[in-house]
Design a protein around this ligand. Structure first.
Ligand code: ZN
Length: 157
């Protein structure tokens, strides 16, 4: 699959991710992206992109190095999936911040990521949220492919 993927989110959701990163600075924030995957049924014409509709913020449990790595536990995954199901949607990805580092996946991120999910990274410099990017792990796990972030209102409900 070589096509560029798109992740759509509202300005409000984008702002919440930025705020979370500013709040936890100089530590990383992390959380789940709840939403709907691209609708394969819309083949041929316009396929709606993967869409983030809500967030599920997580507590950074890495006591040893909370500044530069986050970890998502299996309990976190279950809790996020439960929250998504309660809304009738799915966990489509994860977000975290990079305090004083670029919004690009680290080696640690690659080692701990799963294919399929979208990974949003927001860089936070001196407490101020900066660039926000989104990535998907390649199927061979050799690296990430960047995906387009489309920040705008939902076209339809
Ligand atoms: Zn990272």
């Amino acid at each position: 699959m070589d096509a560029v993927t798109i992740l759509r989110l509202s300005p409000e959701i984008a702002e919440r991710i930025r705020k979370h990163g500013a709040e936890t600075y100089p530590h990383e924030c992390c959380g789940a992206l709840l939403g709907r995957d691209a609708d394969a049924a819309g083949q041929g014409e316009q396929t709606p992109p993967r869409e983030v509709l809500d967030l599920f913020p997580l507590v950074n449990r890495r006591d040893d190095s909370p500044r530069n790595r986050f970890s998502v536990t299996s309990e976190d995954v279950l809790a996020a999936e439960k929250a998504a199901r309660a809304l009738g949607i799915d966990v489509v990805g994860w977000y975290h911040s990079h305090p004083d580092h670029p919004a690009e996946p680290s080696q640690y991120d690659r080692d701990h990521a799963w294919p399929w999910y979208s990974y949003i990274i927001v860089s936070v410099a001196n407490g101020q949220p900066q660039r926000m990017t989104s990535w998907r792990l390649n199927d061979d796990r050799a690296g990430f492919t960047s995906e387009d972030l489309e920040i705008g209102q939902r076209a339809s409900v």
